[in-house]
Design a protein around this ligand. Structure first.
Ligand code: AMP
Length: 490
């Protein structure tokens, strides 16, 4: 039984949303890597790190804050020499201890030499494995699930880095897209269900791995293909990519929330343009839940493409009735309820010139705690709207994600606590409706909707259908293995 109120390392989360990037065979690998991470900034803003390799040594630089604030000097980039570099952006923790050791890529020295690893996703049996490893004598430096993989690699009897990595990954469960640097090679790997994205690109003779294609675009790299679910790709800087499928194939369950919210709209994910899917979500929303209104207004930026689709399908004018201040981070990044509320106020402002006297359809991609919608509906009313109809381009978020998206515990999800009518009252809208699960699937190109027998995506946050067992959640009585160290991070 999955108890959704459980969050494995709630105080100092061991998992979070992330972006990964790697390049091999480029003379200025670290600079490219920094640019790639900058393009993936939306996937994580708390900290960033790069490890480069110059054929003898590994070089590491990591810092809290945005990529542009840390990797912004020649000195930093010069400190990361070599033709290979991998990097990682991490999302905010829930506001407790910030731990410098948790900034990825993680680095370790193991039997075959140096090993750097950057992971996007979340392992669902990490706590159990960590308990076993600690009992056997492993010494953990971080509170990240990713470190479990490092220890499993170190203990493996494999003959090289690839064998050790495969050996380790066969013991973990969960969602992962990873970029690894070892033995002068760059390795990319996606979990068997392909929950999180990972793409392969090419820049001249160098190869690139990245969470999303927008990170290829920024350095002018050409998109080659998605790494397949369960695929491990080896890049040695000279030969064409070598591809292995070392895991039992269990079908594909890409995270549908990447399309709904998480990926950048200019990315192509799993062969589909995120922007087009978001527009299609808006069209489905209008078809299923249209209403008489004067204008369609997006909640920027997340609601913009679906509001365009909604307006198109409903034949209504699309208006920028809410203006976003771009100098404030994403609402969720601000830890703590007080600041989160303040964040919403800082971030959006209604545009009375557009809204006054109108029947407004407000479009956003999701309601999580309801903080954003409540504020925005009030703002639009204060700006003189006659009616406010909230439309959401995903189904109600009823369940927590255990695979790498930072949703709060289930008891904090508005759609878990309330019926849609109660939610409507809570946010203060005249009406509130969501796209259906089948409508969401149709928008992704699945004409007949969700295939109940074998769903095409991971949609656990909307359906509670967890594609990968959350072992840590099911194992009672595991002692908390959070570090007892309180670090004052600079
Ligand atoms: P809330 O205000 O708690 O209802 O959150 C909904 C808002 O947060 C919407 O505007 C979404 O675009 C955005 N959002 C949804 N999921 C996430 C997430 N995992 N991380 C950051 N923002 C999110």
């Amino acid at each position: 039984m999955i108890s959704d109120s459980f969050h494995p390392f709630d105080d100092d989360k061991l998992h979070e949303e992330c972006g990964v990037f790697g390049i091999i065979g480029a003379s200025d690998a670290a600079a490219h890597c920094a640019l790639g991470l900058h393009a993936l900034q939306h996937r994580g803003q708390e900290a960033a790190g790069i490890v480069s390799y110059d054929d003898i040594h590994y070089h590491q630089f990591s810092a809290f804050g945005k990529v542009g604030d840390s990797f912004n000097s020649e000195e930093v980039i010069k400190g990361l020499p070599g033709k290979t570099a991998i990097g990682h952006n991490r999302y905010s923790t829930s506001g407790k201890a910030r731990r410098a050791a948790n900034i990825q890529p993680l680095f370790a020295e193991v039997s075959f030499g140096g090993l750097a690893l950057a992971h996007n996703g979340n392992l669902t049996n990490a706590r159990l494995l960590k308990k076993q490893l600690v009992e056997e004598g492993s010494i953990f430096r971080t509170t990240m699930d990713t470190e479990v993989i490092i220890h499993l690699i170190a203990l493996s009897k494999g003959v090289d880095a690839v064998e050790c990595l495969v050996d380790a990954l066969k013991q973990v469960q969960g969602a992962y897209s990873m970029v690894v640097l070892a033995e002068g090679r760059m390795i990319g790997v996606r979990d068997p269900l392909g929950v999180r994205p990972l793409v392969l690109g090419r820049l001249g003779s160098s190869y690139v791995l990245a969470s999303e294609t927008c990170a290829l675009d920024i350095i002018g790299a050409r998109f080659e293909r998605d790494i397949q679910p369960g695929e491990l790709v080896i890049l040695d800087g000279e030969n064409p990519p070598q591809s292995l499928f070392p895991f039992v194939r269990t079908g594909q369950r890409f995270c549908v929330f990447e399309y709904v919210y998480f990926s950048r709209p200019d990315s192509q994910v799993e062969g589909r343009a995120v922007y087009e899917i978001r527009k299609a979500l808006g069209r489905e929303l209008a078809k299923e839940n249209g209403i008489a209104a004067d204008i369609v207004v997006p909640v920027p930026d997340s609601g913009v493409p679906s509001a365009i689709g909604y307006a198109e399908a409903a034949g209504l004018p699309f208006e920028l009735g809410i203006i976003r201040n771009h100098y404030v981070g994403r609402t969720f990044i601000e830890p703590g309820d007080q600041v989160r509320h303040l964040g919403v106020k800082l971030k959006h402002n209604a545009n009375p010139a557009v809204i006054k006297g109108k029947r407004v359809v407000l479009v956003d991609d999701s309601i999580v705690r309801g903080t954003t919608s409540k504020k925005i509906v009030q703002m639009v009313r204060d700006a003189g709207a006659m009616e406010v109809h909230m439309r959401i381009s995903s189904p109600p978020t009823t369940h927590s994600c255990f695979y790498g998206v930072d949703t709060p515990s289930q008891d904090q999800l508005l759609a878990h606590q309330m019926s849609i009518e109660e939610m409507r009252q809570f946010i203060g809208a005249d009406s509130l409706l969501f796209v259906s699960v089948d409508g969401m699937y149709r928008a992704t190109g699945e004409a007949s909707g969700r295939n109940a027998g074998a769903p095409q995506y991971c949609d656990a946050c909307f359906t509670g259908d967890y594609a990968i067992p959350v072992v840590d959640n099911e194992t009672d009585g595991l002692p908390l293995l959070d570090s007892v160290l309180v670090e004052t991070a600079s």
